[in-house]
Write a protein that binds this ligand. Structure first.
Ligand code: BQF
Length: 294
């Protein structure tokens, strides 16, 4: 069994990006600038945004955090987005999800200029992705593709089972892995909360992407020997033995499944760090595209 070390690979990618930034600087070019909009004080969201800002510093990007109170109205948030769309200093920006319940995610995502949509969530970019056109791939699926590629895991012709159909992970992952691309050409099955005989389907999988958001859902008796397992889950599970009061659990029962797997991502240190690295990659791409477009 080989651990797919997302921490290590994400660190390699960040070093590659940092090298690119140095070259940009030496040419007197503007360095990439990412903005992040955070609404409210959800603990996990604050951690994620903090990780993104810190990663920008590490690679030499500029970053701006727009930290808004929980009570921010949808109109106020939309106004911030219009400003970011029209600010030529900002190459790309994200709106951290989830948003408070009184704000319509879809309406907000649709207000983002697709050329600055480094999360790749705008319908234009989702459409471009499905049509194999150049776009920003959503960071988590992009990170999983990158991890599979860098470990030379064969996907062509393989049975891939994607567990979950979220707009952020499951849906794009299923589309991407069926496409003609590196880490693609797979035969993809999507399973979800309404799937019958789920374990029968997962047992037929060569590669499983677990993104259902239920901690330790995938058990050893649901996989075959030699399976490749990508665990996208990160649930905070209460744990009194930890100073933080919780531990992070994936969607995979690691102890049992890892005994049968050929490759498996850990939680933490698997897919999570890759997500951050690919957001940076998209921001670098956004900067390069601004250069060639204007
Ligand atoms: C790690 C996210 C659910 C909902 C909204 C490193 C991250 C996580 C784990 C991280 C995630 C998950 C992010 C680890 C960003 C991934 O060491 O294992 C980094 O920061 N993520 C997000 O922005 O929004 C989410 C999960």
């Amino acid at each position: 069994m080989t651990i797919l070390d997302g921490k290590k690979i994400s660190s390699d990618i960040k070093n590659e990006i940092a090298d690119q930034v140095k070259i940009m600087k030496s040419k007197g070019e503007k360095v990439p600038h990412l903005a992040a909009v955070l609404v409210g004080t959800d603990g996990a969201s604050m951690t994620y945004v903090g990780a993104k800002v810190k990663a920008c510093e590490l690679v030499g990007f500029e970053s701006t955090l727009i930290d808004l109170p929980e009570k921010t109205t949808e109109d106020e948030l939309l106004n911030h987005i219009y400003k970011l769309n029209n600010d030529s200093g900002i190459d790309g920006f994200i709106v951290q999800l989830p948003l408070p319940k009184h704000i319509d995610d879809q309406k907000v995502l649709m207000a983002i200029d697709p050329d600055k949509d480094v999360d790749g969530f705008h319908p234009t970019n989702v459409g471009r992705m499905t049509l194999d056109l150049p776009t920003f791939l959503p960071a988590t699926p992009f990170g999983i593709l990158e991890l599979l590629e860098r470990y030379n895991i064969e996907t062509s012709g393989k049975n891939v089972v994607v567990m979950g159909r979220s707009h952020i992970v499951g849906r794009p992952m299923s589309i991407l892995m069926s496409q003609k691309r590196k880490a693609g050409n797979a035969t993809v099955t999507v399973v979800h909360s309404r799937t019958n005989n789920l374990a029968e389907i997962t047992r037929g999988a060569d590669i499983i992407v677990a993104a259902i958001g239920i901690s330790e859902f995938l058990k050893a008796d649901m996989v075959k020997d030699g399976v490749v397992v990508i665990d996208v889950g990160i649930t905070r599970v209460p744990d009194e033995t930890k100073t933080r009061g919780y531990r992070l659990a994936g969607d995979v029962e690691f102890e049992g499944v890892s005994k049968k797997a050929s490759f498996i991502t850990p939680v933490p240190g698997g897919v999570g760090p890759m997500t951050i690295a690919m957001l940076l990659k998209n921001t670098l791409l956004a900067r390069e595209r601004q250069n060639t477009a204007k």
